[in-house]
Design a protein around this ligand. Structure first.
Ligand SMILES: [Ca+2]
Length: 296
């Protein structure tokens, strides 16, 4: 299922100190990408955009944004991020819908991931787009603690939560981003490594689609990286997804979270990778939002 080898590495800085180290270095603008390749595939009325970037060594910054724009005339439904690094090398700061600077001020133009990282790496950014415009439910959240969680509703008639994400601070990293299996809402949790209370912008994508939820739970050992893979049934298309860490105590962080099977027919679903910086084995769940095709 992996298209890039991931090395298992361990024994580096632990937990909170690790993320604080990631977050405390200022963002420096630099051109360190040596390539920007992309692929666009359409299936069932959805367009799947993949952007590949190689970030060269040595890194001149440790927090960097990567974007996958939706094609003209389409709006973003979901998206994700992937890299070829192992345990302790990458933390997903943000992975969220993107407002690309058009005049509508809606985050409908693609997907943006902000990664905190240490080494040269290959990065893949994904956007899932379609012509009918979904609704973008938004709020601002004050991150006034270490672990902050909230949710956004997708409860208008016929709506379901498709995806979600936050932006707004290089000192905040993503823990949870997933559709509630019981309520029509998107669930968020972040870890705030700063001593301040940054204001975050949160978006949930709500759409009138026929969706089912796929999920897969696994355990991850201390100082290890593990993946969970939620598979869509039958001919349903993956449109969004993310991960849920039941014990979100600030020791497990996302390393990658992305749609799978977007380029070829066959298996479709959502893959999430997490790093466990804590001292105990913990579980987490990958969720995939699987939609009936808009057209055949
Ligand atoms: Ca826009």
């Amino acid at each position: 299922m992996r298209d890039c080898p991931r090395q298992m590495r361990g024994g580096r800085i632990h937990g909170v100190g690790r993320v604080a180290a990631f977050a405390s270095v200022a963002l420096v603008s630099a051109l360190c990408a040596s390539s920007a390749l992309g692929a666009i595939n359409s299936s069932g009325g959805f367009t799947y955009v993949t952007k590949h970037r190689q970030v060269s060594e040595p890194p001149t910054q440790i927090s960097r944004a990567f974007e996958a724009p939706c094609p003209r005339g389409t709006h973003v439904y979901g998206g994700g991020t992937y890299n070829d690094q192992g345990f302790g090398d990458v933390v997903v700061g943000h992975s969220a819908p993107l407002d690309g600077g058009d005049k509508d001020r809606r985050p409908d133009d693609g997907w943006k991931a902000v990664l905190n990282y240490l080494d040269a790496m290959d990065v893949y950014t994904y956007a899932i787009c379609a012509a009918p415009e979904p609704r973008y439910e938004r709020t601002e959240v004050e991150a006034d603690g270490a672990v902050i969680s909230w949710s956004l509703p997708c409860d208008k008639p016929g709506e379901w939560p498709i995806s979600g994400g936050t932006t707004g601070s290089s000192q905040v990293v993503e823990i949870d981003s997933y559709p509630s299996p019981v309520a029509r809402q998107w669930e968020f949790a972040v870890y705030n490594a700063s001593l301040t209370s940054p204001t975050l912008k949160a978006t949930a994508v709500c759409a009138k689609l026929d969706v089912t939820l796929a999920q897969h739970s696994v355990d991850v050992d201390p100082d290890e990286q593990e993946s969970a893979f939620a598979t869509c049934d039958g001919k349903r298309r993956i449109v969004g997804g993310g991960q849920f860490v039941p014990n979100d105590n600030g020791h497990i962080f996302g390393a990658a979270s992305r749609p799978i099977g977007t380029g070829t027919p066959g298996t479709r679903g959502w893959e999430s990778w997490v790093d466990n910086y804590g001292d105990f084995m913990q579980g987490f769940t990958a969720y995939g939002v699987c939609a009936k095709p808009l057209k055949h």
